[in-house]
Design a protein around this ligand. Structure first.
Ligand code: AGP
Ligand code: GLU
Length: 609
């Protein structure tokens, strides 16, 4: 979601902005724009892809050595050229790019309209830039002061880079809620939503604190002031992480590549965490962390929440500790009763999800211990929690979470087993055996991927479906939810996941002849019950697709399609069974002609609420 890229230095700004914006494309966006200062300010903004900008750029745009760029994920107003960023104040003095949402944009706009301010776009961002100018003009303030005063009235989240025509060699930068990183190079500054586009230029970074205004001018040390206009320091950190240039490596999409790299990546992650190579802040301290804990609350959104639901089953079953799983977006507004005896686990692939960040802030301020399970190295969540466990899966580019999801399940299984071991809720012999089974899970994932051909042939039978149902019980119930989420986000076919036992309490009314029902089956204690539920669907002429462990035997004729998964202990089946569901959504989307890497309306990093 939204990418900011800005540059001030000695080099030509435009190619640096373009290269950076392309690196941010994976986050998801609908329009792009740049403003580059040379003899005058060149403003270029278009709906559609970043490449579009290159087509329209005048040749002399490359002269400028200062510029700001943006990829927009529309919140206020359609994805049009006019609504794309950068936005300008009425006089043209200020030009601004913004990530986030101004929640009180409507009353502020109304107030300024009454004072004769003319707006060109439908965006909340234009309200912000107009407000800055309004304060500057009304009170004759310096720009720095005008920004701080305007922001006092802003509700919502923002990361902004502001250009002032009166000081054409400098950039103003401030954030609240949304991420922003500043790279410090030799006589140059590179500002971005993400360290990745900065990495080719410098390894010195500042993760700007909230509400601190930074001013960047080439050849001059940066200055930082807080809302009271006191000078403050910001810590310079060294980038410890190398960003590989992620390629499709012969696959037709990042998603298919990411699905196929799961065995190797999971093995690598387990080797780091179980082989003692991870410098493991979390696992090493787990005995102390859980010593005085009564309850675990897991927070996340989308797929990350689904992995949390699996962890609830694992932790309650094996570690005998009470677990609650919450939508981060709901938790933050429910006035939750939490305290020092709660352990809060925030799960996030990106580590930048605005709702999860906000929920974790509430948890921290209530005195609870926080853990982050994240893939994004040095992301906001990784930096804000008390303890972090990295997934080490490499960057995930496809919007649909695949390798990050299986890695979350693997990491949560490992944590659950460790907690069980510490709490001695299962005997050491069983723990050792389960940890050994977990260590070998990547082999099962590899075997599970062999179902690609049969899954592709099934997918062809689903292309015309209006709605698809996923069923599971126990720890496969969250995998049914995940299968449905994956299918709808990629193929735009309506899909729902249900706990199989719930069907007869209402959803069974949805069934029509040949409606696909995908049942996830392992050989745990609920096998018989689940198969009875499937029979009920079959009796109503649904098309039954069973994905099952190979050691489960089904009675003849119960299913239209059967997909066998490797025979493995039931506690690993969520990891294994998520593989065919990833492939299914991939093939359905591909054969429907959908963009599997960047599905419509979706963003990889959901940095607005
Ligand atoms: C997964 O396929 C989705 N793209 C989405 O539900 C995602 O899991 C959710 O937005 C949470 O993202 P996070 O893990 O980066 O916090
Ligand atoms: N709210 C702003 C808009 O709709 C910025 C969205 C973003 O973060 O890209 O233009």
């Amino acid at each position: 979601m939204c990418g900011i890229m800005a540059y001030v230095g000695e080099q030509s700004a435009f190619p640096i902005l373009m290269e950076g914006l392309k690196k941010l494309e994976y986050r998801g966006y609908d329009s792009a724009g740049v403003a580059v200062m040379s003899d005058e300010l060149r403003l270029l903004k278009k709906s559609g892809k970043v490449n579009n900008l290159e087509k329209y750029a005048p040749d002399d745009i490359t002269i400028g050595t200062l510029g700001i760029g943006h990829t927009r994920w529309a919140t206020h107003g359609a994805a049009s050229d006019l609504n794309a960023h950068p936005h300008q104040s009425m006089s043209g003095r200020y030009t601004l790019v913004h990530n986030g949402i101004i929640e009180n944009a409507a009353p502020l706009k109304e107030m300024m309209l009454k004072h004769g301010i003319v707006f060109k776009s439908e965006t909340d961002t234009e309200v912000l830039v107009q407000l800055i100018e309004w304060y500057q003009m009304r009170f004759q303030l310096e720009t720095q002061m005008a920004v701080q005063r305007a922001l006092e009235y802003i509700e919502g989240s923002f990361a902004i880079v502001l250009f002032d025509l009166h000081t054409p060699d400098q950039l103003f930068v401030i954030r609240r809620g949304s991420p922003l990183v500043i790279g410090i190079g030799d006589d140059e500054y590179i500002i971005s939503s993400d360290p990745m586009p900065i990495a080719p230029h410098t390894d010195q970074l500042i993760y700007l604190e909230e509400d601190i205004l930074g001013v960047f001018k080439k050849g001059t040390a940066p200055s930082f002031v807080d809302a009271q206009e006191e000078m403050v320091e910001q810590t310079i950190e060294y980038l410890s992480h190398t960003y590989e240039d992620v390629m499709k490596e012969g696959y037709d999409s990042y998603m298919l590549k990411e699905i196929n790299e799961q065995p190797a990546r999971i093995a690598h992650m387990l080797d780091r965490h179980m082989g003692g190579r991870a410098n493991d802040e979390l696992l090493d301290r787990l005995p102390t962390i859980i010593s005085d804990i009564d309850r675990i609350i897991i927070l996340g959104c989308g797929s990350s929440r689904h992995s949390g639901l699996v962890a609830e089953y694992l932790m309650e079953t094996y570690a005998r500790i009470s677990v609650e799983v919450e939508y981060a977006s709901e938790f933050r507004y429910k006035n939750a009763m939490i305290g020092p005896k709660d352990l809060i686990i925030g799960i996030s692939q990106s580590g930048e999800t605005a709702d999860t960040i906000a929920a974790l802030k509430i948890a921290s301020s209530s005195g609870a211990t926080t853990i982050g399970i994240v893939n994004g190295v040095n992301s906001t969540i990784a930096r804000m929690v008390d303890h972090v466990l990295y997934l080490h899966m490499g960057q995930e580019i496809g919007v649909a979470s695949t390798k990050a999801f299986s890695a979350q399940l693997t990491a949560l299984t490992l944590i659950s087993m460790r907690i069980a071991e510490i709490r001695k809720t299962i005997c050491q012999e069983d723990t050792d055996r389960m940890l050994l089974d977990l260590k070998n899970v990547s082999e099962h994932v590899k075997t599970a991927l062999e179902c690609a051909d049969i899954i592709e042939s099934i997918s062809l039978d689903l292309l015309e479906s209006r709605s698809i149902i996923f069923l599971g019980r126990g720890m496969l119930y969250p995998i049914a939810l995940e299968g449905a989420l994956k299918l709808k986000e990629l193929s735009y076919i309506h899909a729902e996941g249900f706990a199989a036992g719930e069907m007869k309490h209402g959803p069974i009314a949805l069934l029509e002849e040949r409606m696909p029902v995908i049942a996830l089956v392992n050989d745990d204690c609920s096998l018989e019950k689940l198969m009875s539920n499937v029979q009920e669907m079959k009796a109503r002429k649904a098309m039954i697709i069973v994905i099952k462990s190979s050691n489960v035997t089904l009675s003849a004729g119960v299913a239209d399609y059967i997909v066998d998964m490797p025979d493995c202990p039931a506690f690993l089946s969520p990891i294994i069974q998520s593989i065919p569901l990833q492939l299914l959504s991939y093939y359905v989307a591909k054969h429907k002609g959908c963009d599997v890497d960047q599905p419509r309306h979706l963003a990889k990093s959901v940095t607005v609420e």
